[in-house]
Design a protein around this ligand. Structure first.
Ligand code: NAP
Ligand code: ZN
Length: 349
């Protein structure tokens, strides 16, 4: 399938149009006509070579919502015209323990990311959702409820699942006190899902201007972290804290906020290591864990839950030619709260 999209063409270059061909639609594949494509901070980390080697041209994008254009001969689960989504990975080894246990996002050989990863058959590498179309194995495609605003649903495919998964894993619900650090794309989805699950939700933010929005999203409390004295007053009060911040921060004051056996989950991906004070960990037998998106079945579960509770992202819809500015604004924590590209605006150079 011939498509148009936006790509980073070389190191330290800006995004610019790219015409390319996807692979042919195989018997197990679904061809998706992309309608909406979210802008995740991971696109920027990758596109700006903050996480290591990049295969150029790099077409980012892993928050994809569109309609089925064509299905392969073996595909019975999807039909032409259906609204579907594609998230952060498009394949996995299908043989290792995690894959066989239904957790292919933790594939022992590494999940095959939607962009910038060699394809499973070794033919080329993946090109993502900043484009008018994509071809994906049907086992990695999900159904998006028709009731949801499709632009607002796109960020569920990464930001949504990345917060839903740890909230479920660590038991967020009635009677639990959850903290979300950073009110960006991921963080604001965390507020909405934690609230819908019944938890008491506190946002920790370095942007005082986001308070009203956080409360409107359902947060019970909003704490501005630029005043460090706030940490003293919340000592040992939290059951679960999820760090969504894209830059390195001092985690130790947050650890002090956890009660006995409680957990700080890392989902933000600053490239630098985080220094941890051992005595803070020992006191209250605290834990630090990590969590990476979620498996395909849970992605579907989250989308169905979002459909039932009408949960979508707060989005700023943009045209493809605004992408470079949008990336700068994301880095400046100046997005309310996810940019989503109208995929009809990808154009030839
Ligand atoms: P984002 O929209 O930029 O949100 C990050 C938020 O962190 C900002 O809105 C800001 O919130 C806070 N922040 C940013 N710089 C900060 C600084 N210097 N000091 C303190 N706070 C700061 O990014 P995102 O798309 O949500 O992604 C967040 C991180 O998660 C990225 O590193 C991304 O790569 C990673 N990620 C991980 C997974 C996973 O599976 N684990 C999946 C997707 C993305 P406030 O203004 O409220 O402070
Ligand atoms: Zn992402």
């Amino acid at each position: 399938m011939d498509v148009v999209g936006s790509a980073v063409h070389g190191e330290r270059e800006k995004l610019a149009p790219l015409e390319f061909s996807t692979r042919d639609v195989g018997p197990a594949d679904v061809a998706v006509s992309i309608e909406w494509s979210g802008v995740c901070h991971s696109d920027i980390h990758t596109g700006r070579s903050e996480w290591g080697e990049v295969m150029f041209p790099c077409v980012p994008g892993h928050e994809i919502v569109g309609r089925v254009l064509e299905v392969g001969s073996e595909v019975t689960k999807f039909s032409v015209g259906q609204r579907v989504g594609v998230g952060v990975y498009v394949d996995s080894c299908r043989e290792c323990g995690p894959c066989l246990a239904g957790m292919s996002n933790y594939c022992a050989k590494g999940m095959i990311g939607t962009y910038n990863v060699p394809e499973r058959d070794g033919e080329g590498y993946t090109l993502g959702g900043y484009a008018s179309g994509i071809v994906v194995d049907h086992g990695y495609v999900v159904t998006v409820p028709e009731s949801l605003d499709p632009a607002g649903a796109a960020p569920l495919l990464c930001a949504g699942i990345t917060l839903y998964s740890p909230l479920k894993e660590w038991g967020a619900g009635p009677g639990t006190k959850v903290g979300i650090i950073g009110l960006g794309g991921l963080g604001h989805m965390g507020v909405k899902f934690a609230k819908a699950l019944g938890a008491h939700v506190t946002v920790f933010s370095h942007s005082a201007s986001k308070k009203e929005d956080a409360l409107a999203m359902g947060a019970d409390d909003f704490i501005v972290t630029t005043d460090e004295s706030v940490f003293d007053t919340h000592n040992q009060q939290f059951d679960l804290i999820i760090n969504t911040v894209s830059a390195p921060i001092d985690l130790n004051p947050y650890l002090e906020l956890l009660g006995l056996d409680s957990t700080l989950v890392m989902v933000g991906l600053a490239p630098e290591p985080y220094p941890i004070n051992a005595p803070t960990m020992l006191a209250q037998r605290r834990r630090i864990a990590g969590s990476m998106i979620g498996p395909v079945a849970q992605l579907q579960e989250m989308l169905d839950f979002a459909g039932e509770h009408n949960i979508v992202s707060d989005v700023e819809v943009i045209k493809a030619d605004y992408l470079n500015e949008a990336w700068d604004r994301v880095v400046d924590s100046d997005v309310r709260y996810r940019f989503v590209i109208d995929a009809s605006t990808f154009a030839t150079a």
